[in-house]
Design a protein around this ligand. Structure first.
Ligand SMILES: [Zn+2]
Ligand SMILES: [Zn+2]
Length: 275
């Protein structure tokens, strides 16, 4: 499996980091986790067009993780020569979010149907709302979900992709919790959105201080990785965006708790498992 960090940003705009989105490629399948700012631009950078994205997993409905979902829906619909339903798996609330997105797109959908004779139906999006357990199985690829803790955002889920003995966890935004530990158990790769508490505490803006109580810190990501016995910890969605030259400090904060491989994600970083 290849894990490709399409976007490693957060709500804070960064010139180098698109919004949070991760692509897992396994057995010829393209599984997209979250749809942050610029997701289709980054997907294009790895040769993946919107028509080829058939399966989307959402961890939660915070805007930074879904803001370009509407772009994905519209682009793949307008560019697919034949009807091409988009399958979306996400927490409870995903159906309502999709319905509202399609409602928002009503005018555009009408314009395109009026203009193109061979485009006669609106985009089809098939939603499955999930909580835990096996949520996807196709050929040799399985995806399992567990509830995570990002309160007051509720419900939220993390995912574990399994393929021929290899495993990859896409945790999303969450504090350490039992669901996360279950997902991470002996995983080859664990991708965790993180904040750097030591930096946030120095920024005197209450709204930024608020984020401390519902994200994993870098240290906590290291602790989760150690507890679960994962192989490689990948830090993504770093808040605040790392100042160039300080990348090793982020890794070192996690290293105090975890002796495996630690990578601070950058856009398009690819991590591969053996299977
Ligand atoms: Zn986020
Ligand atoms: Zn969030």
């Amino acid at each position: 499996m290849d894990v490709i960090l399409l976007g490693t940003g957060s709500p804070l705009p960064s010139p180098d980091r698109a919004g949070p989105s991760t692509l897992v490629r396994a057995a010829g399948q393209n599984l997209l986790f979250d749809c942050g700012r610029g997701v289709l631009m980054r997907a294009a950078a790895v040769g993946l067009g919107p028509v080829a994205i058939t399966q989307v997993f959402l961890t939660h409905l915070h805007s930074d993780h879904v803001t370009d979902f509407n772009d994905l829906v519209t682009s793949r619909w307008a560019l697919s020569p034949l009807p091409n339903p988009l399958q979306v798996i996400g927490p409870v609330g995903t159906q309502r979010f999709v319905d509202r997105t399609l409602e928002m797109l009503t005018d555009d959908i009408g314009y395109r149907i009026a203009h193109h004779d061979d485009l006669t139906a609106p985009p089809e999006v098939i939603v499955t709302e999930v909580g835990d357990g096996l949520v996807y199985e196709s050929g040799s690829v399985r995806v399992l979900a567990q509830p995570t803790d990002h309160a007051p955002v509720h419900p939220t889920v993390g995912y574990r992709v399994e393929h021929e003995g290899g495993s990859v966890v896409i945790a999303g935004d969450t504090l350490p919790c039992s669901g996360l530990d279950t997902l991470c158990a002996n995983a080859d790769v664990y991708v965790q959105t993180v904040i750097r508490e030591s930096m946030i505490k120095m920024i005197p803006f209450p709204r930024l201080q608020d984020v401390l109580d519902y994200h994993s810190t870098v240290e906590q990501a290291g602790q989760t990785a150690a507890r679960a016995g994962v192989g490689t910890l990948v830090l993504t969605h770093p808040v605040p965006p790392p100042i160039p030259g300080t990348e090793q400090e982020w890794v070192d904060e996690a290293k105090g708790h975890f002796s495996g491989t630690i990578l601070l994600g950058t856009d398009l970083l690819t991590v591969s498992t053996n299977t």
